[in-house]
Design a protein around this ligand. Structure first.
Ligand code: SAM
Ligand code: SF4
Length: 480
């Protein structure tokens, strides 16, 4: 598919925003006029090789947002549209293909094995449409081994879609269940039947999909602790080995309450569910993984985490995101695509937020300490070309003296088992590692965007995407 010089120029600005690469205006003009897009990509890649952080990123996860739904659930805070015409999906696939072709040469040489389909409702694509998207991905991002992660709605999932995707590397099937109680589902305008939902799980296990995830929401109108626990037991029996329970949340707490329910009563009901879920899943052998409310039966290591759990906040992996509302991450920046379908067809409507380089390094150290079993001095140096000692050695020793972290076998580690609920420990680590100076600047930045009356848990704003990365929202929630 051809693209003109304006497209190329805009894409260069985009690359300039998401990379720590400085392509000046003069060069931009020259580059936009060259006939081969590969040449442009080559120049950008060479510039990227000169930056240690950018150079260290060898893997780019590919994320495709499918924004359409057949029906809108009352509770939903995802980025989606009600599908108006089936032809909208074909237009969308054309846009995706175009975005992929522009991005492909830039990611050349990177590992792009893992692809994520999120939504909206990716299972709304029929077999031919899915095939077209997968072929487009194979053309633009060839890979030997594929791992496909997909979110599905039980109502639009079929045996032939399962067969198609499992033949092409289906690795994690994430089933939007929310509740198995027909009355609860009716109240939130969801259509799936219990029988179909359970079939989605058992059929996936039967064909050997390694990771079968179920999404639940805790706190929906009419939902009880007992009911949710019963549902969880059933889906585990049907073969789910990852359970994701999100607390019901939205921009206004009042809107979340059931009829005649007060806000405090709602919070009490929702939080009782979350507490019981944690306890019961733990007793059943599930362990919380990552920083989200996701529990897995698998051991350490690769447990089929969804992209949101594992990629954001990881500096060694970029997320190349496609489609309306898609959110990506490159070394040094996060970006967010416009939700408008037309605008999203090109790469022009992208907001990028540059990350402070000092923050980027400290954030890496912090996440490695709490999530990756420690930050290794040699790995840090190799990756960033900066010594860990030089960047935050003093802070690490201070934390060691306070007993929060230990130094063992060349690594700084958290001294106990990490649990995000240990907010105070997180504060202490980040205060010391980020440094008051940087924190102050970040806080000023966030305060401008933050609305204390809003429940950020589960929102979809750019602030949220940044806050997820930085885990910063907790500062404001706690009023620090
Ligand atoms: C893209 S949807 C999953 C796939 C498919 N669209 C479906 O609904 O079955 C992503 C998930 O976000 C969660 N979610 C949506 N709105 C939420 C809200 N207000 N509070 C908590 N979780 C929510 C739901 O658990 C949902 O399964
Ligand atoms: S929960 Fe899923 S199906 Fe329902 S509106 Fe949201 S994205 Fe669409």
């Amino acid at each position: 598919m051809p693209w003109d010089n304006d497209d190329k120029r805009n894409f260069l600005f985009f690359l300039n925003d998401i990379h720590p690469v400085c392509v000046d205006d003069g060069l931009m003009g020259v580059l936009a006029a060259v006939s081969s897009w590969d040449t442009v990509a080559g120049i950008v890649n060479t510039a990227r090789q000169k930056n240690a952080v950018a150079r260290s990123v060898k893997k780019a996860q590919l994320y495709f947002h499918v924004p359409f739904c057949e029906r809108i659930c009352t509770f939903c805070n995802c980025a989606k549209y009600l599908l108006q015409r089936p032809s909208d999906i074909d237009e969308y696939i054309k846009a995706l293909t175009r975005q992929m072709m522009l991005m492909a040469p830039v990611l050349k040489g990177m590992d792009t094995d893992s692809i994520f389909f999120g939504g909206g409702t990716p299972s709304i694509l029929d077999e031919q449409q899915m095939t077209r998207v997968l072929d487009g991905i194979d053309n633009s991002f060839p890979a030997v081994d594929r791992k496909i992660f997909i979110e599905i709605h039980p109502s639009s999932w079929t045996e032939s879609k399962l067969a198609l995707l499992s033949g092409r590397g289906l690795y994690r099937l994430s089933v939007g269940v929310q509740s198995l109680d027909g009355k609860v589902l009716e109240r939130v305008s969801r259509t799936q039947t219990r029988k179909k939902t359970l079939w989605c799980l058992s059929s996936a296990r039967k064909v050997g999909v390694p990771h079968v995830n179920v999404d639940f929401i805790a706190g929906l109108p009419g939902q009880t602790v007992k009911g949710l626990m019963k549902d969880i037991k059933v889906v585990i029996e049907e073969g789910a080995n990852i359970i994701d329970v999100q607390p019901y949340s939205g921009p206004s707490l009042k809107a979340l309450c059931g009829p005649k329910e007060t806000v405090p009563a709602f919070i009490k009901r929702r939080d009782a569910m979350m507490k019981t879920v944690t306890q019961v899943l733990h007793e059943t052998g599930f362990r919380r993984k990552g920083i989200w409310e996701s529990y897995s039966l698998h051991g350490e290591g690769d447990y089929g985490a969804s992209y949101k759990e594992e990629s954001y906040g990881r500096l060694e992996e970029a997320v190349a995101a496609f489609g309306p509302f898609a959110r990506g991450q490159f070394p040094g920046a996060v970006f967010y695509r416009s939700g408008r379908l037309k605008a999203a067809a090109g790469l022009t409507e992208v907001s990028a937020v540059k990350l402070d380089p000092g923050y980027t390094l400290a954030h890496y150290a912090l996440l490695a300490i709490i999530k990756d079993n420690g930050v290794d001095e040699q790995v840090f140096f190799k990756r960033f070309g900066v010594s860990l000692e030089g960047h935050c050695g003093e802070g690490l020793r201070y934390l060691q003296q306070s007993g929060l972290i230990i130094f063992s076998k060349g690594k700084w580690k958290f001294s106990g088992e990490w649990d995000l609920r240990r907010i105070r420990e997180y504060f202490a680590l980040s205060r010391v590692l980020f440094g008051e100076d940087l924190l102050l600047r970040l806080r000023i930045h966030f305060r401008k965007l933050y609305n204390p009356k809003r429940d950020y848990c589960g929102g979809n704003s750019l602030l949220k995407s940044y806050a997820d990365n930085a885990l910063m929202s907790v500062y404001y929630k706690m009023g620090c």
